[in-house]
Design a protein around this ligand. Structure first.
Ligand code: ADP
Ligand code: MG
Length: 326
């Protein structure tokens, strides 16, 4: 039987691992010590994943390790911060070696891809719950805040939307026509192993031209509404300009619109910037190999107006969206 100490030592402590210079002291003491880059601000965010709420019971440990860190890195990306390290608070029903090996492998693969270290945490017995806190750095005045959207700004989206929600619908048996196995597999990859847009967020912040940003974890309409509320502005969103994921693109127009606009679990960035920033934003997208697309504009008039490709107001979705979000 694994003791708590063995568990941490075997699966989460990596003595051979070369931690970033910012990590003065990692796992093993009462606190970790970070040496901040002089003049930089620290960005901090926590996200908790609870079995049965954020992921299915029995979810594969490898991809759960990935997703637990990915959703946290997505918050740093939305702020334009560079990730430095993270802590892991873990409640486990039992210490199973296979599960711990898979989970830590998924976790560290993504951590290594971003060159960040696990610097501490806590471990306890309990219903499976994963709480990660990420630490990042951003130059003063450069963080992309929800409150900074300005009338006249373009609204931009990274990547594609809706495939994660489509996979969830397929798992739940909600689709009128079930997905082909290969399509389900492809959409499910977006749901289980999202890609946090860290490089894009950093490039957008570095440009100094982007106003507001948020990551789309709860669906675009809901998350954009946070920007609008915090900035005291409204917006027009061209629903037909929203880029569907490759699998959702094969579905009918009503489902495409609904899942693009309010699907959730996408971990793409939604951000606003003045028209004069278009070239810089396209350059940031190209330099980070991240597609970016203009999908609407910020207005002084409060409220979110959904329109189709012809600019005609769309009423269809919003009544349905809450239903999709349950
Ligand atoms: P304390 O009793 O002070 O809370 P612990 O015995 O819980 O310390 O943890 C010992 C060390 O292991 C600490 O450095 C802590 O940050 C680290 N640690 C505990 N659990 C985890 C975990 N799940 N992942 C990474 N580090 C952990
Ligand atoms: Mg502890």
């Amino acid at each position: 039987m694994l003791s708590e100490f063995d568990l941490i030592h075997h699966y989460f402590q990596r003595p051979d691992h070369r931690a970033a210079p910012a990590v003065a002291l990692g796992i093993g003491d009462d606190c970790a010590l970070l040496t901040p880059t002089p003049g930089m601000q620290t960005a901090i965010s926590s996200d908790m994943l609870v079995e049965g709420r954020h992921f299915f019971a029995g979810e594969e440990a490898l991809r759960l390790g990935h997703k637990s860190l990915a959703v946290n890195l997505s918050d740093l990306a939305a702020m334009g911060a560079r990730p430095v390290g993270f802590t892991l608070a873990l409640a486990l029903p039992s210490a199973e070696r296979d599960w711990l090996a898979g989970f830590s492998r998924g976790l560290f693969a993504l951590a290594d891809a971003h060159d960040i270290a696990l610097i501490g945490g806590d471990t306890t017995k309990g219903p499976l719950t994963i709480c990660i806190t990420v630490f990042g750095e951003v130059a003063p005045g450069r963080a992309l805040r929800r409150s900074a959207a300005v009338p006249g700004d373009d609204i931009w989206i990274s990547g594609t939307l809706g495939d994660a929600r489509l996979a969830l619908a397929a798992y739940r048996g909600e689709l009128a026509t079930p997905l082909a196995a290969a399509d389900h597999q492809q959409a499910a990859t977006r749901m289980h192993t999202p890609t946090p847009r860290v490089a894009l967020g950093m490039a957008l912040a570095a440009s100094g031209m982007v106003h507001a940003a948020i990551d789309i974890s709860d669906g675009l309409v809901g998350d954009l509404a946070h920007i609008l509320a915090r900035s005291g502005v409204g917006a027009t969103l061209d629903v037909d300009a929203l880029p569907p994921g490759p699998v959702l693109a094969t579905q009918d127009a009503a489902l495409r619109r609904a899942y693009c606009a309010a699907g959730g679990d996408d971990y793409e960035l939604c951000f606003t910037a003045p028209a004069g920033a278009r070239a810089a934003i396209l350059a940031a997208g190209a330099s980070t190999a991240t597609p970016v697309r203009r999908v609407g504009s910020i207005a002084a008039q409060p409220g979110l107006r959904l329109v189709d490709a012809h600019g005609t107001a769309l009423d269809l979705g919003l009544t349905g969206f809450d239903h999709f979000k349950s």
